[in-house]
Write a new protein. Sequence first.
Lengths: 247, 247, 247
Amino acid sequence: MFKASLRDPKLLKHSIDAISNMVDEVGINVTAEGMTMRAMDPAHVALVDFELKRSAFDEYEVGEAIVLGIDLDRLNTILKRAGKEDKINLEVDPEKNTLKIRLENASTRTFNLPLIEVSEEELKVPDLDFPSTVEIKSDIISEGIKDAEIVSDHVILEVDKENFYIKAKGDLGNVEVKASKEGAISFDVTQDTRSMYSLEYLKDMIKASDIADTVKISLGDNIPVKMEFLSSDVKLSFLLAPRIESE
Amino acid sequence: MFKASLRDPKLLKHSIDAISNMVDEVGINVTAEGMTMRAMDPAHVALVDFELKRSAFDEYEVGEAIVLGIDLDRLNTILKRAGKEDKINLEVDPEKNTLKIRLENASTRTFNLPLIEVSEEELKVPDLDFPSTVEIKSDIISEGIKDAEIVSDHVILEVDKENFYIKAKGDLGNVEVKASKEGAISFDVTQDTRSMYSLEYLKDMIKASDIADTVKISLGDNIPVKMEFLSSDVKLSFLLAPRIESE
Amino acid sequence: MFKASLRDPKLLKHSIDAISNMVDEVGINVTAEGMTMRAMDPAHVALVDFELKRSAFDEYEVGEAIVLGIDLDRLNTILKRAGKEDKINLEVDPEKNTLKIRLENASTRTFNLPLIEVSEEELKVPDLDFPSTVEIKSDIISEGIKDAEIVSDHVILEVDKENFYIKAKGDLGNVEVKASKEGAISFDVTQDTRSMYSLEYLKDMIKASDIADTVKISLGDNIPVKMEFLSSDVKLSFLLAPRIESE
């Protein structure tokens, strides 16, 4: 049994929009604490960790913890139909084996999303030791990634004692975005670090900047980057493997 | 002789936008009461009935009643150039056999639309007996049709004693939009009815929701649906033949 | 040495957007008076004359006058990334032979545009004697050109003692945009004139209407038209060769 009513539609809408290009099918865990999902893209380059907390919901009833097998593309198509003022209700229909998504406003619009089989093995999040963590406004990363896209398809994330950098280089010239320690929400850097990442993944990930004002970025040398979009009700965190910098 | 000046450009603009995908060429009747047009799409699936009343015009002069042969695609292309604040003037040039469409604002922009030959036989609107008629906000039908499009290319319109429904079913899951009797402007249902229609036509028809706040929907079992977008100055009504529901 | 900081990003942004489709590579002259550029399109149909005055800049330092060889497409791609509130800083890096474009806001975003070799021969602006000059609101020309595009790919610019006209004729009908002497900012017509021009060029040129409220149009019979978008800080002027009117 699962029945829930979401206060702010954009939390689910923009999170699924950020994830659905990377991951096709996923098991969403529903427990008394909220909804969580952890998934890897097919190429094993990115790991997504998503939590929509119970506090995000106006109503929330769940019996035993369950796993909902979801086709994220289909879910994304449905959630794109939700208006800003629509209340989103979720309910599992165990007989039809569907997730009912009900958008309530002047009318009641119900979408029945068929649940699918998914493997239930738990993905482990690798235990990484990040020498540096900075928290900045999420639109800095979002605009910076779009800047980098005009010259390249990969990007270097770098940090030193004073600044966090997004750097890209291509035939068109090079781009450097600099966010200073002074402008950061938090800035905890123990050593200079630098790694290269694929923009293909990053440009999906930055769609999550709509759900949180700030992003926490954890970095090291040639190790994955962790980007956490955090607000009181939702946590969307990505771990992205580095590329080898050939130059 | 025909010369007229339209107060609100959007009435003509959005009506022609809703009609022009369905009907290529049409005869618009111009009489002392206003402009009317009745047309059928080439596949004989949809019938359009349009009236722009004399009251919609600031100035309106017509001699003998005339029929203007219009290529609706061309007219639509011209009307899309009209801004919200532009005053639309219409005038027949009998010598050049054109309809002069003059948009007045800071400049005067005149488009000369060549008139074409059209058959003048009057289309009869079939006399249908609808067991149910509901009037609802036009954005409910407009959003509901867009919802249905994500799963199917046809849709079921249904009504019972309590609700009006838009239903669609496809591989992606199914969609049900429900508008309750309580939320309706009027709700006159003598029996439960259900018919299936093509979304291809409906998605053009709902463009008319910009000209009227409400839509009157008349329904029966496996008979055409009538959708009337009504305001004090304009009446745009569609009759759409049902599809055979195979399931 | 060149270092400057631009107050209003849109002056440079929209000017380059208007020019970059016509001209690929250009030498921008930087002197104590400001930045100027003069260029011809490869087909020698249009000549562009651009000046961004020193007064447009908050800071402006230049040593000897220099010429910056610029790939306008690349510069345009970079300037499109500038937000309305971004401060644009320009600086030549003589070692790397690049123009550094720095967008300052919450973060500092630096784009390094490689400078290219360009011929430094000065283009002469032909000395034309225009019998008529009118100055009108720039959105009249901008909307009028878009009106003409729906019927043709060339346009006639015409002026008589009372009005300035944009005329186009095609299979779809014809279009005439009329701006009266009364509505003009200035209207200096010594004789009726008429010439035909290519819309392909005009539709790029009208992008400049975002930098100036008015445009000064100088005309004659079958001679080039001059369009000057003028504001206190910027001057963007186009000279466009006529087409032969076959009719």
